[in-house]
Design a protein around this ligand. Structure first.
Ligand SMILES: Nc1ncnc2c1ncn2[C@@H]1O[C@H](COP(=O)(O)OP(=O)(O)OP(=O)(O)O)[C@@H](O)[C@H]1O
Length: 420
């Protein structure tokens, strides 16, 4: 019955889906362009600058055609390589520290892993590469760095490799992995950490643990000075409102959020206000009056399609509707029906959705079209919204996918469908 209604010729064609798809694709392109534009400097293995492709082009015009051909060939290979691993932004020697916990003592005494353990490593615009390992920056949540130390920790959620053949049909599973690296000096460690910050990775700058053991009075000034670390410029912690429907997914949504999603958001430095809805309509009410300055980076919905719809309606009934629709909405699928998140985000599992949000918070830009802005893979997407007005009451209900109104008549369920 449902299928036949949707396929009925009087039901509007699903242009909205195509529209969203086009936006998603264009978002991906714009992000790629941004990354390439912000990385114009190319460093060699030794850290010295090498010629950019434009420079090579300019110099080669005066050379003979054979040499010119060789240059062209080299450029092609370079471009191919850079599209796979990105442009190199920093390189040096690192030691992968397999110890899970260390005190600050090795830093003070100069002991710790010997030079024989060090390996060539480089950070590119797309990955951290050491030895034969490649860690995609897409999988990196943040970096923890203890002030003045030689070590830093890369927090990642990598896709677990499956050894058997049918892996392409299975849901990708991500798990947390921390990589603790030791640089050759604290100055070099700072350069590594700053390079990660330049690639939009969040940096957790931890105060020096030696300081916390000192007296409170003297501690304050020194710790603050170290905590601010003037030489590491990184983005400030994003502030978000999380609206969680505790009834979603047959009551499993709180567990999903606290066990799987919250640790990722915390690692990414998110400052969150988590509101658990108390009744149907609570999220709508809350969003219709919320002060956006308390959650400038957006609103995250945890639950199913119903809670997203409430947030959407809360935004659209506001007097400042124009400002309201530019507030990005993130979705964590934790309901029994998560069709919207699959349609616009392209992921189904909460961890992948959380990772996407973490990555995108870095690229948030204001969007002032008459569309609602969703956080999707590769950028923001503007999504069409429809409105259904109830003639008797004048109430307006907004939706993004489909709205049904039905009644039972002689045992048949009759639907009126409104669909983008
Ligand atoms: N605290 C609450 N108690 C009861 N209902 C709520 C509460 N918070 C939100 N709701 C309502 O629950 C409805 C369903 O929520 P949601 O879509 O997030 O979860 P779901 O598991 O996919 O739900 P369902 O399978 O029942 O559609 C929403 O339309 C919302 O209005």
């Amino acid at each position: 019955m449902l299928k036949s209604v949707l396929e009925h010729p009087n039901v509007p064609s699903p242009t909205g889906f195509l529209h969203r798809y086009v936006h998603r694709m264009s978002g991906k392109h714009s992000q790629t362009e941004t990354i390439q534009q912000t990385s114009p400097v190319v460093f060699s293995e030794t850290g010295s600058k090498v010629k950019s492709s434009e420079q090579i082009d300019a110099n080669s015009t005066s050379e003979d055609p054979v040499k010119l051909k060789a240059h062209e060939h080299r450029l092609d290979i370079g471009d191919e390589k850079s599209s796979l691993l990105g442009y190199e932004v920093f390189s040096g020697k690192l030691v992968l520290d397999k110890k899970t916990k260390t005190s600050g003592d090795d830093e003070q005494t100069g002991s710790g892993p010997g030079n024989s353990d060090s390996i060539d490593a480089k950070l590119t615009t797309k990955a951290l590469i050491w030895g034969s390992h490649v860690l995609s920056l897409e999988d990196v949540i943040s970096i923890s760095y203890g002030a003045c130390f030689r070590h830093f920790t890369v927090h990642a959620y990598s896709v677990r490799r499956r050894s058997y053949g049918l892996s392409c049909f299975m849901k990708p599973q991500r798990s947390q992995k921390d990589f603790r690296f030791v640089a050759s000096s604290s100055e070099e460690a700072i350069k590594w950490v700053q390079s990660f910050a330049d690639q939009q990775c969040y940096i957790n700058c931890l105060p020096h643990p030696m300081m916390s053991s000192k007296k409170q009075t003297s501690n304050l000034v020194v710790t603050e000075a170290l905590y601010d670390l003037p030489y590491i410029k990184c983005k400030s912690p994003p502030r978000l409102l999380v609206i969680l429907n505790p009834r979603s997914g047959h009551g499993r949504s709180s567990k999903v959020f606290h066990n799987q999603v919250e640790p990722i958001f915390k690692l990414a430095g998110f400052k969150m206000e988590v509101v658990k809805t108390k009744y149907a309509g609570h999220a709508r009410e809350l969003v219709s009056t919320i002060d956006f300055s308390t959650c400038p980076e957006g609103i995250i919905c945890v639950g199913g399609d119903g809670i997203v719809n409430e947030v959407l309606n809360g935004l659209l009934i506001r007097d400042d509707q124009k400002e309201a629709i530019s507030v990005p909405i993130g979705i964590i699928p934790a309901g029994s029906d998560n069709s919207l998140v699959w349609t616009i985000l392209g992921v189904r599992d909460p961890i992948s959705a959380a990772m996407t949000i973490v990555k995108l918070i870095s690229y948030i830009i204001a969007c002032h079209a008459f569309n609602v802005t969703f956080l999707v893979q590769g950028g923001l997407t503007a999504t069409d919204v429809f409105a259904v007005e109830w003639i008797q009451t004048g109430a307006i209900h907004f939706g993004t996918t489909v709205s049904y109104f039905g009644f039972l008549s002689d045992g048949n369920l009759i639907f009126f469908a409104c669909r983008l």
